[in-house]
Design a protein around this ligand. Structure first.
Ligand code: XUL
Ligand code: MN
Length: 344
């Protein structure tokens, strides 16, 4: 029997539709209501920021109680927490970055908040932390010491590894937005850093399609690179139309072939045995409230559709076309296959 993929998304993927130029256009749904939508949509795993669970300024007692309540809610829906990510980009103390902020007090805040995210993950039976270093970069090159910044990022990861000896950490890199330039703009950059941490076996990556595209890279190749290193532990599949703001479009909605190749790489690597397929997608601002989970359902359906296309590829034909270096014919075959044509 074909192995089953498991799917996840985060509560932020059901959103009220605000953008930098306009206010929300849909009411924000309560967290509990979102949680109750997962299973119906075909998702068994949830991704969480620390403050999706409990407010970041709650003390230890409040936090413990609050997390226990959320755990009960998730258990009642049969949901598993895929990862917890410290939200290190909204607090006033993270204006200048988190781990790479110039003020030592701000860096300490980032360290403490990351440790607290680990505590929250643990209370939710989760051993996986994702780090999207949103503000670890600059608007102008002279603002920070770029060399020191890399060392500070390694120190921060080491601190988390030492704080809990069994958690795993995956970096999710994006080259820009909100920063003009990120210090660790690509998967490859973070992996270089991962090997210099105190426990490289516990440091890997989450690859988001749109982030690779924004870096001018092919997401399937980025995935293959991380897979070869045994470091692809999660994905955020979505799509992106060119080099502009991070769009988080429905998976496959811009470039079907690019999406096909991501599924191909993941399935050939038996990713279903490695991790959960996350869909970090955003509804269009024009979407009416009644349809505000369609982008999630459509992305999952697209993954399954492309999985069927990947698994029905005529492998012998592909091999023989590779051997004879007939890539023109291979190109035609793949396009035909994507359009549902059978045979040669
Ligand atoms: C930002 C992004 C985040 C992370 C989680 O572009 O993708 O939602 O996935 O912090
Ligand atoms: Mn993401």
């Amino acid at each position: 029997m074909a192995k089953k993929y498991r799917f996840s998304f985060g509560p932020w993927n059901i959103s009220p539709g605000a953008d930098p130029f306009g206010p929300p256009v849909r009411a924000e749904l309560p967290f509990a209501r979102k949680v109750r939508m997962y299973r119906k949509l075909g998702f068994t795993h949830i991704q969480l920021h620390d403050d999706d669970v409990v407010p970041a300024d709650w003390d230890a007692r409040q936090t413990q109680r609050g997390v226990a309540k959320v755990k009960k809610l998730l258990d009642s829906e049969g949901l598993t927490v895929e990862f917890v990510a410290p939200r290190l980009w909204e607090d006033p103390r993270t204006i200048d970055g988190a781990f790479t902020a110039n003020r030592p007090a701000d860096r300490r805040y980032a360290r403490d908040r990351s440790r607290r995210a680990i505590d929250i993950a643990r209370m939710l039976d989760c051993d996986f932390i994702v780090l999207w270093p949103a503000r670890e970069g600059t608007y102008i090159r002279e603002a920070k010491d770029a060399q020191a910044a890399i060392g500070r990022m390694v120190d921060a990861v080491n601190d988390m590894l030492a704080y809990d000896e069994s958690i795993r950490i995956a970096g999710e890199m994006k080259p820009n937005e909100p920063m003009d330039q990120a210090y660790c703009p690509t998967v490859g950059h973070f992996m270089g850093l991962a090997y210099r941490t105190s426990d490289p076996d516990r440091v890997g990556v989450l690859i988001e399609s749109a982030h690779s595209i924004l870096a001018g890279l092919d997401p399937a190749d980025d995935m293959a690179y991380a897979l070869w290193h045994g470091k692809l532990w999660s994905v955020h599949l979505n799509d992106q139309n060119g080099l502009k703001y991070d769009q988080d479009k429905t998976f496959g909605s811009v470039d079907l072939r690019r999406a096909f190749n991501q599924v191909w790489v993941l399935d050939r690597a038996k990713f279903y045995d490695i991790g959960v397929v996350g869909l970090d997608v955003k509804a269009m601002r024009t979407t009416k409230p009644a349809h505000q989970t369609k982008h999630l359902a459509n992305s999952l359906a697209m993954f399954n559709f492309l999985l069927e296309r990947v698994r029905s590829v005529d492998e012998e034909l592909v091999d023989s076309l590779r051997r004879s270096r007939d890539y023109e014919e291979l190109d035609r075959y793949i396009l035909g296959h994507l359009m549902g044509k059978s045979g040669k």
